[in-house]
Design a protein around this ligand. Structure first.
Ligand SMILES: Cc1cc2nc3c(=O)[nH]c(=O)nc-3n(C[C@H](O)[C@H](O)[C@H](O)COP(=O)(O)OP(=O)(O)OC[C@H]3O[C@@H](n4cnc5c(N)ncnc54)[C@H](O)[C@@H]3O)c2cc1C
Length: 388
């Protein structure tokens, strides 16, 4: 049995000691960068590599520390708690998992050329999967030319795309199978265009166009069943993308309590009003229950007990945690009164930033449909029938 509270305290100390100043520094400029749609500055992104943060959960062969999924999820939670820039952990999640997939390929050439510099913060990368189509109708196409390939298509939204030196992308080949390949930003025919999203404006997101990009054969990361490759990426992302916002929800709850303890109405502090205390209590329930779900899912990943493509507990944890995180922000707006709306620039930004959690790594709707289908499938097995 893992003592999650003790582990959480250890990870909180570790993140504060090793990266606390860096996280504070990145968060300090977030309001101006959010207005200007600018990602964290390059020197600070480099520092996430040189201080070992990017590599923390990666294998030792790329300079990592092999932190397990529970520890990495808790580290992300602490990053979310300490860093006011919601986009930083999102950018890092994507980069870390791209490096991890490259390491898992066992290809020494790709590990040295792409995973190692990524782990060390010396380059950036993004995952270019989404296009305005379902996976079976992708218009991003990989055509064979002798031993090499030509890539054409368009990917609509890539976290960290503006800072990416290479992309992990997915395209259909001439047989209709999906392949995963690595495309460099400086490959001829690659055009990166900054996005203008509703939230996560500091994530440096971009779209990318591939116009007959010549690709050497050694850039193919998965030569068949790229759909499973992409789903493995997305399955882990479901957890990572919720962990940091959970930390931020905890920070918002703490800040509400502090702010309201100093706000006087009718001769007493707002924090002493019973309805406000009940709201804070419900926010506490939301944070604790989301944390319990996420930790349970993280432990399953750590113990290698998950389904690789669609794990019901991981997906349920993402769905539930995202709802609770958004609930905390709504409640915060309610208890903070005008201060939350016009007295402070952060709460509204978090509401915009975290609105996208309902879409990213599988929309809530699709996850719920798949979870429900699993319930039906399990119930229809005769051995599972129980009479009410
Ligand atoms: C913060 C953020 C970061 C992101 N980062 C990246 C990134 O780095 N790389 C990347 O490639 N993409 C990224 N995305 C894109 C994201 O993966 C997609 O937006 C998401 O998968 C939804 O796909 P879509 O936009 O095509 O929606 P659509 O598929 O058009 O969905 C529209 C609606 O239809 C519903 N729907 C669609 N299909 C089904 C179905 N089969 N069953 C039931 N309902 C369905 C959906 O639930 C939704 O309500 C990011 C998105 C966000 C918000």
């Amino acid at each position: 049995m893992v003592d999650v509270d003790a582990r959480r305290d250890e990870v909180a100390d570790l993140v504060q000691t090793r990266w606390g100043d860096l996280l504070t520094e990145i968060g300090a400029t977030v309001v101006e960068r959010d207005d200007a749609r600018l990602p964290p500055p390059p020197d600070l992104m480099l520092a996430t590599g040189t201080t070992g943060l990017q590599a923390y959960s990666l294998p030792r062969e790329v300079g990592g520390e092999d932190a397990d999924a529970l520890t990495w999820g808790m580290a992300l939670e602490q990053i979310g708690y300490r860093c006011m820039d919601s986009a930083l952990p999102l950018i890092m999640n994507h980069q870390v998992d791209i490096a991890r997939l490259i390491c898992e390929s066992g290809r020494a050439d790709l590990i040295e050329r792409y995973a190692m510099p990524l782990a060390q913060g010396r380059c950036g990368a993004g995952i270019a999967y989404t296009e305005d189509a379902d996976a079976f109708s992708f218009r991003t196409i990989l055509r064979r030319q002798k031993n090499d390939y030509v890539l054409s298509g368009y990917k609509s939204y890539i976290t960290g795309g503006q800072m990416s030196d290479f992309f992990l992308t997915y395209a259909l080949d001439e047989t209709g199978d999906m392949q995963a390949c690595l495309v460099q930003r400086d490959d001829p025919g690659v055009t990166v265009t900054p996005s203008e999203p509703l939230g996560m404006k500091t994530a440096g997101a971009a779209s990318v166009t591939f116009d007959n990009v010549p690709l050497p054969g050694d850039r193919i990361l998965a030569a068949s069943d790229g759909l499973t490759h992409a789903q493995r990426f997305l399955s882990n992302q479901r957890l990572w993308i919720a962990c940091a916002p959970l930390g931020r929800a905890q920070a918002v709850l703490d800040q509400c309590a502090a702010q309201l303890s100093g706000t006087l109405r009718y001769g007493e502090t707002v924090a002493e009003l019973k309805n406000v205390q009940a709201s804070l209590g419900r926010m506490y329930v939301a944070v604790e229950s989301a944390r319990a779900m996420l930790y349970r899912a993280l432990i399953r990943v750590t113990q290698d007990r998950t389904e690789p493509v669609f794990d019901p507990v991981v997906s349920a944890a993402k769905c539930f945690a995202v709802e609770q995180i958004r609930f905390v922000l709504e409640r915060a707006l309610n208890v903070l009164g005008g201060y939350g709306f016009y007295g402070n620039p952060h709460l509204g930004r978090y509401m915009r930033d975290f609105s996208g959690l309902t879409l990213a790594a599988g929309t809530q709707d699709i996850l719920e449909v798949n979870l429900g289908a699993g319930v039906v499938a399990r119930a229809s097995r005769p051995s599972n029938l129980v009479h009410a």
